[in-house]
Design a protein around this ligand. Structure first.
Ligand SMILES: [Zn+2]
Length: 351
């Protein structure tokens, strides 16, 4: 009899609990999920590339900028086709380097990783990012040794990087978002909240639908020892990147690197030491933006906490980017970008 009582009591409690749960509104249900399980999936927009993120739990914990080699021995690089933002910047001896941003996109393979230059830290500082590299110039080490930047140098945190067998040293140093994250955690670097990540302004869906192709099919840049160009690809609805006339591939994706927005920043440089190392101030200046066949003259600033800010050179209004990949090309002002419109034959066919 006692046992029967217990059973009824148990059933009654069950029923009461069921009623309580069912009687709750949607809001309380959500709170229940938050309390007992993982944080609910929230959608958002990536501040760097304007892509929809279905589940904010999928974003990385840190914003990394990786120094990626950018010469013939390093191609095809890995990760550059997935970077949330990609910047090409000159270093000495007529070569360039990539600064590849990773936050929302978290690739398994990124590289080859190369060394730091002091002016890279203008950008690292503006984005409050963690900079991953292997070694650096003496001027870069002045900054690294000051301890003012969040820095992950392979020389001091070897475990965050690995060597691959397919390439020879020094072209074989690679990393992954996971390796970098473990390194950042071991150094107790603060995690980055999505709302604190600097980003760009993007066109809304309606604004995008109202845009029509502006006719510029190619952008060419002449660096000292190489040409870089972007050619419109109708099937991608974006520009494909070419390095020395060859389609520039991402080795890990086995896919051409594409850009929805190409931003050219004109920044003067000077030789500062016997090694031919460059000095440049990445702070403000003039430039151009190519998107959807239209070239816009811009003024730009690099602001702490905001990153790169682009404004129309004509009226100072904020510039909007097309959601997708932005590649920033830093080049000396005497090497003006050349823009090629669709040929007359093409327009006739198009008509
Ligand atoms: Zn992104």
């Amino acid at each position: 009899m006692k046992r029967m009582m217990k059973l009824w009591l148990a059933l009654a409690v069950c029923a009461a609990l069921c009623f309580a749960v069912c009687a709750c509104g949607d809001k309380e249900d959500e709170e229940d999920t938050m309390y007992y399980g993982d944080a609910p999936a929230e959608s958002a927009v990536c501040p760097l590339d304007g892509e929809e993120i279905e589940n904010t739990n999928d974003i990385g914990d840190y914003l990394f900028i990786v120094s990626v080699e950018n010469g013939p021995d390093s191609e095809p690089q890995s990760g550059i086709g997935e970077a949330d933002l990609l910047i090409e910047v000159p270093v000495e001896a007529g070569i360039n380097r990539f600064l590849a941003f990773f936050y929302h996109h978290t690739p398994d393979t990124i590289g080859g990783v190369r060394s730091a230059r002091h002016y890279f830290y203008d950008i690292v500082d503006a984005y409050d990012a963690i900079f991953a590299h292997c070694g650096g110039s003496p001027q870069a080490y002045d900054i690294i040794d000051s301890g003012e930047m969040k820095d992950m140098d392979e020389m001091s945190i070897t475990s965050a990087f690995h060597r691959i067998s397919e390439k020879k040293s020094p072209h074989n140093l690679y990393t992954s978002y996971e390796e970098l994250s473990k390194g950042a955690e071991s150094r107790n670097y603060d995690k980055l909240d999505l709302k604190n990540c600097p980003g760009f302004n993007f066109y809304s869906e309606d604004e995008l639908n109202a845009l029509s192709f502006g006719g510029v099919e190619e952008l060419s840049l002449n660096y000292r020892f190489k040409s870089v160009s972007y050619r419109w690809d109708e099937s991608e609805g974006a520009y494909q990147r070419y390095s020395k006339g060859n389609l520039h591939m991402d080795g890990a994706l086995d896919k051409a690197v594409i850009a929805d927005n190409v931003v050219v920043l004109y920044i003067a440089n000077s030789v500062m030491d016997n090694e031919g190392r460059l000095d440049m101030d990445i702070d403000s200046g003039e430039g151009e933006l190519l998107q959807n066949g239209t070239v816009t003259a811009i003024n730009w600033d690099l602001e702490k906490g905001n990153g790169f800010v682009f404004r129309s050179a004509e009226d100072g209004s904020d510039i909007k980017l097309i959601p997708g990949r932005t590649i920033i090309q830093i080049i000396s002002p005497e090497n003006k970008a050349e823009y090629t419109p669709a040929s007359a034959d093409d327009s006739e066919v198009a008509d």
